[in-house]
Design a binder for this molecule. Structure first.
Ligand code: NSS
Length: 434
């Protein structure tokens, strides 16, 4: 049989009984009842029951169906019939079947441990659960791109190999670059800042790398980072951009990926409120007061970790901003609030349901001397940042930007309890395989 001119399982489920259909895919389930063999076929669009029976199918088709092991690839042809017991209420009664790739004993049978499933990630990636997440992820990528195109942003491509830290030295991955030290990028921000002086509004979607010290349910060592930077924008404008972006992408997923969300048993009513803006805004000092009221021992000036964020998220049904952090908690490039110079014009966006921070953004320090001073105060070497300081030497402008952790957003939208399943091949400290 040729491998073109096929129907997807989804198309077949919509066809009239009695129509002829040709399908191709992989054996997802297999049941041999002697005179009848049931195969549930999986393709990128879903599943479909195939039946080969002594009564209705040629003998060699029944035999071939019997031989088709789990995860064998097959092509098949037959007549569409309704059957309330079949998944989706439709089955295909076969008169042709060819095994294309006969599978050996498949190493995943159900009930395996998380660690084992990470070892065989290259096979587990075929699971319906991960397929649903990957489709949601794709919808978000499309939505990001459409959003920024509609808003008049230019998409740019910063380097992954860099020469200085953006987000502090502690999480830098070092690379031997022909005998010189280089690093894997933590953020494209400094390069995006260089690009706003011509393009004004830029964005990118690229990997970032963080040698995180602790293993948590929301940290990856390699993640996808959506970042945007705008000339002539202050913190307020930037927060409006961020909430519009997040609301837009959630809306798109709710419109286009309901089947996948349902397969993942995601309660979509909990996502619905996030499609409406504006999101609540609280200042850092207010967040500290809320936490104290909830019995958390945290003082003004302390950093909020995952535990504190989780408690805060219980106060809101939508994502919400925490703003005006103490300057010393934040990165060197953030602009102090002129009204209150001990606080940064910075914001985090926290996702509800315990997820916590998905976006970090700020207005940038645009004054040359203040920026040099901030670099020094953090024990960084201004020599490493000369090109970045040049951006303040030649036509500096007020500007703001942010970074969104794509996997954090996928984790929240898809309702995953761990970040590992929001990316096809997660990188962890103790494993870079597969
Ligand atoms: O460190 S951030 O908070 N901010 C920046 O990197 C800025 N330079 C971005 C910018 O303004 N252009 O990281 C931004 C987001 C953060 O809110 C998380 O959602 C995500 O990046 N992030 C991560 N996701 C997964 N794993 C790890 N390790 C991780 N680190 C940050």
């Amino acid at each position: 049989m040729p491998y073109s001119g096929f129907h997807t399982t989804r198309e077949v489920r919509g066809m009239e009984p009695g129509s002829r259909a040709r399908v191709r895919g992989w054996v997802y389930r297999h049941r041999d009842l002697g005179r009848r063999v049931f195969i549930v076929l999986r393709d990128s669009e879903g599943i479909l029951q195939l039946v080969a029976s002594d009564q209705a199918s040629p003998r060699e088709v029944v035999e071939e169906a019997r031989r088709a092991t789990i995860e064998s690839s097959i092509v098949a042809e037959g007549v569409v019939a309704r059957d309330p017991r079949a998944p989706g209420g439709v089955e295909l009664r076969l008169d042709k079947l060819e095994i294309v790739g006969l599978a050996g004993d498949f190493p995943i049978k159900g009930g395996e441990s998380v660690d084992y499933l990470l070892d065989v990630r290259h096979l587990w990636i075929r699971s319906r659960r991960l397929t649903a997440v990957m489709r949601i992820r794709d919808t978000m990528f499309r939505a990001y791109r459409e959003f920024f195109q509609e808003r008049g942003f230019w998409e740019v491509s910063p380097p992954m190999l860099t020469q200085a830290a953006v987000e502090g030295g502690a999480t830098l991955f070092e690379v031997n670059f022909f005998g010189k030290k280089a690093y894997l990028t933590q953020s494209a921000q400094l390069y995006l800042e260089a690009l706003i002086f011509s393009l004004e509004r830029v964005w990118t979607l690229a990997p970032s790398f963080r040698a995180e010290r602790s293993r948590t349910r929301r940290h990856l060592y390699e993640y996808w980072h959506l970042e945007a930077e705008e000339a002539w924008a202050g913190m307020e404008e930037e927060m409006r951009l961020v909430e519009d972006l997040v609301a837009y992408t959630v809306k798109r997923v709710l419109e286009e990926r309901l089947e996948e969300l349902s397969l993942l048993k995601r309660d979509t009513e909990k996502l619905e409120p996030a499609t409406r803006t504006p999101y609540p805004r609280i200042r850092y000092e207010e967040a500290i007061r809320i936490l104290n009221r909830r019995g958390v021992e945290i003082r003004y000036g302390d950093d909020m970790g995952a535990d504190e964020e989780r408690i805060l998220t219980e106060e809101y049904e939508t994502p919400f901003f925490v703003t005006h952090f103490p300057l010393e908690l934040k990165s060197f490039y953030m602009k102090p609030d002129p009204q209150n110079p001990g606080e940064a014009l910075a914001f985090d966006l926290l996702a509800p349901e315990g997820v916590g921070e998905i976006v970090g953004g700020s207005q940038r320090e645009d004054d040359l001397e203040a920026l040099e001073e901030a670099i020094r105060r953090r024990g960084l070497n201004p020599e490493d940042y000369q090109w970045y300081l040049d951006l303040r030497r030649y036509g500096t402008v007020p500007h703001s930007g942010f970074g969104l952790g794509v996997e954090r957003q996928v984790m929240w939208v898809a309702g995953l309890d761990h970040i590992r399943d929001s990316i096809p091949f997660p990188r962890f400290r103790d494993r870079i395989y597969p």
